[in-house]
Ligand binder design. Structure first.
Ligand SMILES: *Cc1c(COP(=O)(O)O)cnc(C)c1O
Length: 677
């Protein structure tokens, strides 16, 4: 499938030969024999509209043979019924040739049989209109570039087919070779691997050649996302047309208040901010959680239509709001059968974070304040998960399965790959760099999910030089990347003003260690056994050197964080949130001769309570959240006020359940919810 002049007919013939299959060219083998006249004669006989209908009918009446290669006409995809008929037994491949090339070719070929031409519509307009049908209908996209010969296109197509059919699937980081790999959607439903490890690609990581990166530069966020995600998601599991739907819904105007979704803005010198707080709940977690529930719904529909799901979430502040908003908006038809329970610590999160969760509306949503800390919430949920008896009872009595939407879920990780790549492409688009030039990426890091996604972008072949991993005073990662020893002995969690990265067990590091150890599941299993038994593990000298060749680390004290916020506001007018300030502090220390992209992971508004006294000498302590937001907004020229946060201040609190740190009570509550669902 593809535009007129994209090479469908010739490529189809080459494919037929190579795969030893019958070749059917719709124009020559279906339409002209049916009509007993040429396609252009027909078009001028009956006019465009009638033509499309008759063309569609002809294809519907044609019994689709299996084991064949079919070259469609350029206009077939405009006829829904014909496409459904043709797709029954096969995959739809879109030869995505740049439009400028198509225009050149059509000009040279003096083509006169394209629907729309007869009505005098300009060719570029016709092509644009058609593109949207190809996008909707395709399963697999083959990206072609200027000057690709039919032979080259055919070989790209064959390798794309090989990739989807030989998909190695996902294994556990702690698994052995004999593991049965899981599919992508399995990993989304399951969350964690059965042996306690994390799901990873079992073979090489996907790449994206430079010519495909080039095609992305002028695209918007959703189009970039579609193409990047399809490097990671097998189109046989989620076809292109459907993934496109998901992406368009996720990154819509309704959810993201900046039209660029994840804009890049110059901060100072060679530092640029990748603003990831324009989503509905004002942290970067929205970028994953506006997409993930749609993947989850699909997985439920595909694999397990008959169970209900109850998603348990422990949050240290940002995850809860993002999960609730994502599931509320997007779980689509299965939402009736999917519930979410969020446990949050009554102390230790900001007022606005709390308000965000307790005012969230939507069906099957429960928000519970626990009179304890995040660790208790997290470990309670793990215990409930690992309680085999309890899970069995839930299934038998309420037909309900438990699931997790935490940052270890693979379905939450891959959407994060997109924005780092998009940030790079925006720097090219803004002419800060040329395609191929290197940049550094700096990320405030807690559970290592965000920076791991940046590592994947580097592995895909985007020119990322160093990944700068920034910690606050909980600097266990900084120590690890310097010494090779991950050491929790004699460490206790410190409370800081950047609470989302107050983490000592940085779980996604496990995935990085797997990839950089040559996919050595045995080694990872031993390392994490060491961590559990002795509270520390060490990697080999060689392994450490490999990590150090890619990662730069640093930590930021509370004083430094505050002073970075104040200084940056003074120098640039820009108000950083405390997490982004941690990253900037570390990036400042690592003087770099290439542009540094700092990921701005939250909007300052979420942490206004603690920040206002730092930047506003005249503030008093009993402002309402809304006044805090307004005062901060008055003091800074950027970024703009987050309207979602402002609106939320007005919303009434609807979730008032609080409980003592007692696992029995919480379990009872979970049962209650399952019963009502
Ligand atoms: C979750 C979060 C982080 C930490 O991201 P990880 O992927 O866990 O490393 C950083 N900043 C903010 C604002 C967050 O909400």
């Amino acid at each position: 499938m593809g535009n007129p002049g994209c090479g469908k007919t010739t490529v189809g013939k080459i494919l037929g030969e190579k795969l030893n299959r019958t070749v059917i060219d719709v124009d020559d083998d279906v339409l002209e024999p049916t009509w007993r006249m040429s396609v252009s004669e027909k078009l001028f006989d009956v006019g465009g509209e009638r033509f499309l209908e008759e063309e569609g009918q002809a294809l519907c009446n044609f019994p689709t043979p299996t084991k064949s290669v079919i070259s469609l006409s350029g206009s077939n995809p405009l006829h829904q019924k014909a496409m459904r008929h043709t797709k029954q037994n096969g995959v739809m491949i879109f030869l995505d040739v740049p439009q400028t090339d198509i225009l050149d070719r059509l000009e040279k070929m003096k083509v006169d049989r394209i629907v729309g031409q007869e009505a005098g519509i300009g060719m570029a307009e016709i092509l644009n209109y058609r593109q949207s049908f190809y996008e909707k209908q395709h399963d697999i996209r083959v990206t072609c570039c200027s000057g690709d010969t039919p032979e080259i296109i055919a070989s790209k197509l064959l390798s794309a087919l090989k990739n989807v059919h030989n998909d190695p699937g996902y294994v556990s980081t702690r698994g052995s070779d004999c593991d049965q790999p899981s599919t992508f959607l399995d990993t989304v439903l399951q969350g964690l691997a059965k042996d306690g490890g994390l799901f990873v690609r079992s073979t090489e990581l996907p790449t994206m050649p430079r010519y495909e990166q080039q095609r992305l530069i002028d695209m918007n966020y959703s189009d970039r996302a579609l193409r990047i995600l399809h490097r990671w998601i097998n189109p046989l599991e989620i076809p292109g047309g459907q993934l496109r739907d998901f992406v368009l819904k996720a990154y819509s105007k309704e959810a993201f208040q900046d039209a660029h979704v994840a804009p890049v803005r110059h901060l100072e010198k060679n530092q640029y901010l990748l603003e990831l707080f324009h989503g509905p709940t004002a942290s970067f977690k929205d970028y994953a959680l506006q997409l993930m529930p749609q993947l989850f719904s699909k997985a439920v529909r595909n694999n397990d239509k008959h169970s209900k799901y109850l998603i348990l979430v422990a949050t240290s502040g940002d995850t809860g709001g993002a999960v609730l908003d994502g599931f509320r908006r997007h779980s689509g038809t299965v939402f009736n059968d999917t519930g979410v329970i969020v446990l949050y610590p009554l102390s230790g999160i900001s007022e606005l974070q709390k308000h965000q969760m307790t005012t969230m509306d939507g069906r099957n949503i429960s928000v519970v304040g626990v009179n304890s800390n995040f660790d208790f919430c997290q470990s309670t949920i793990k215990q409930i998960f690992n309680d085999i008896e309890f899970n069995k009872t839930m299934k038998e009595q309420f037909n309900t399965k438990l699931s997790a939407a935490n940052s270890l879920n693979w379905g939450r990780l891959i959407p994060q790959i997109v924005y780092h790549a998009s940030g790079y492409l925006d720097l090219v688009k803004q002419r800060v760099i040329a395609l191929g030039d290197e940049i550094d990426i700096c990320v405030p890091t807690g559970n290592f999910g965000n920076i791991l996604a940046a590592y994947y972008v580097k592995m895909m072949g985007f020119p990322i030089r160093k990944l700068i991993c920034a910690s606050n005073s909980n600097d266990v990662l900084t120590e690890f990347f310097i010494t090779g020893c991950y050491n929790l002995r004699s460490r206790h969690l410190l409370k800081t003003s950047s609470p989302a990265i107050d983490i000592l067990k940085s779980s996604n590091l496990e995935r990085l260690l797997y990839h950089t150890s040559g996919n050595n599941g045995e080694l990872i299993k031993n390392l994490y056994q060491d961590l559990q038994d002795h509270n520390h593990f060490s990697v080999s000298e060689e392994h450490l050197r490999k990590l150090q060749s890619m990662f730069v680390v640093g930590s930021c004290s509370e004083e430094e964080c505050k002073s970075t916020i104040v200084q940056t506001l003074k120098n640039t007018g820009y108000l950083l949130d405390p997490h982004t300030a941690v990253a900037k502090t570390v990036a400042d220390r690592y003087t770099s001769d290439v542009p540094t992209l700092i990921t701005a992971t939250a909007h300052y508004g979420k942490f206004g309570d603690s920040m206002l006294p730092w930047v506003d000498r005249h503030c008093v302590s009993d402002y309402t959240s809304e006044v805090v937001l307004n005062r901060l907004n008055d003091m800074s020229s950027h970024p703009p006020l987050h309207l979602g946060l402002k609106d939320m201040c007005q919303k009434p609190i609807t979730h008032t359940v609080q409980c003592q740190p007692d696992i029995q009570d919480i379990t009872k509550y979970v049962v209650d919810i399952a019963r009502k669902m």
